[in-house]
Design a protein around this ligand. Structure first.
Ligand code: SF4
Ligand code: MG
Length: 323
């Protein structure tokens, strides 16, 4: 069956600078991936790699410069208003700061009920009843409905944001750094809640995060982004156990967890992510890559299949396989 979401050659170019001295930033530079029903695709990378822009493109918070995004096989750019409305309600988001997305003067019950009143045209009474049920679903009690956002902790507020996202029975939730602001123990609770909801509703997640451990926990497949491109994409175990791209290997080397990296040689990630306005020639990772050779500076590698369902873009994968 067609994937729920298909991103094909997506590009986003931002223009900055003055009229006479324009700078073009290729925030997303030809990204393709799919998300299937009931699946979680994790997107990882350092800040500035374009992962949030990918999420914003799918949410249509910013327009594509080039490429195509299909939802249930249909191109977003060709959707009629009715199809777009359906798409909008089936696609929800959860961001890092739930406080920013909740109206401080609106009770939590009303905040969750509101989208149902607007989109489902049901009465406030009925919507508020459903809101209470959703608050139970996300592990808060019915009593929470009468309270206001400031009366909750950060973790509880993120549960409220998730309840609100669930109100319209979405098929896909884009979660961008959704647990990053929370304490580690709370992060695990929220991630477990998301997994549990997925089992119950078959909702898909695009889970964007810089935190490799969290992404490993929740994802089925993982895409690693660097300077606007996917440099590696694989199912979770394959990516974490046998990373092929030097950037992925370096990211995993920096995870302070014994389980992630035992036998593998550690690669130290030095230097900053280069400025996307002036990307390095050839392989954009070459200034930081321990395996760099002349060809890397001249020629850009393409994403190719290096194992079953495992894709990586590097000229010399065969030469530095980890074992
Ligand atoms: Fe490193 Fe060259 Fe591979 Fe880029 S193409 S990751 S610079 S070895
Ligand atoms: Mg971001």
């Amino acid at each position: 069956s067609a994937p729920l979401l298909q991103v094909e050659g997506a590009k986003k170019v931002f223009k900055t600078g003055s009229r006479l001295n324009k700078t073009y930033i290729h925030a997303v530079n030809g990204v393709s991936f799919t998300v299937h029903a009931g699946e979680t695709l994790g997107i990882v990378g350092e800040s500035g790699c374009g992962k949030s822009t990918v999420g914003r493109l799918i949410l249509r918070l910013t327009e594509l410069t080039e490429g195509e995004i299909r939802y249930e096989g249909m191109s977003l750019s060709k959707m009629k208003p009715k199809e777009l409305r359906k798409f909008r309600r089936q696609l929800q988001c959860v961001f890092q700061d739930p406080y920013a997305s909740l109206n401080p003067r609106m009770s939590v019950g009303k905040a969750i009920a509101e989208p149902m009143v607007v989109h489902d045209k049901i009465s406030w009474k009925e919507a508020l009843k459903k809101a209470e049920e959703l608050l139970v679903t996300v592990g808060l009690g019915r009593e929470a409905a009468a309270l206001y956002p400031h009366e909750f902790s950060g973790g509880q507020r993120q549960r409220i944001a998730i309840a609100r996202a669930l109100a319209l029975n979405p098929k896909l939730i884009v979660a961008d750094e959704a647990v990053s602001a929370l304490d580690v123990s709370i992060q695990a609770q929220i991630v477990n809640l998301l997994s549990d909801l997925q089992h119950r509703t078959n909702v898909s997640y695009l889970f964007i995060s810089h935190n490799l451990s969290i992404v490993r926990h929740i994802s089925d497949r993982v895409a690693v982004m660097y300077l606007g491109r996917i440099v590696e994409l694989a199912d979770k175990d394959s990516l974490y156990d046998t990373p092929q791209h030097p950037y992925t290997q370096a990211l995993l080397s920096s995870v302070p967890e014994p389980e992630v990296d035992s036998a593998r040689e550690r690669i130290l990630l030095t230097g900053e992510v280069p400025n996307a306005a002036h990307p390095p020639s050839g392989c954009a990772f070459h200034p930081r890559c321990p395996y760099v050779q002349d060809r890397c500076r001249a020629e850009e590698p393409v994403l190719k299949e290096v194992g079953k369902g495992h894709y990586a873009s590097c000229h010399f994968i065969e030469n530095h396989l980890s074992n």
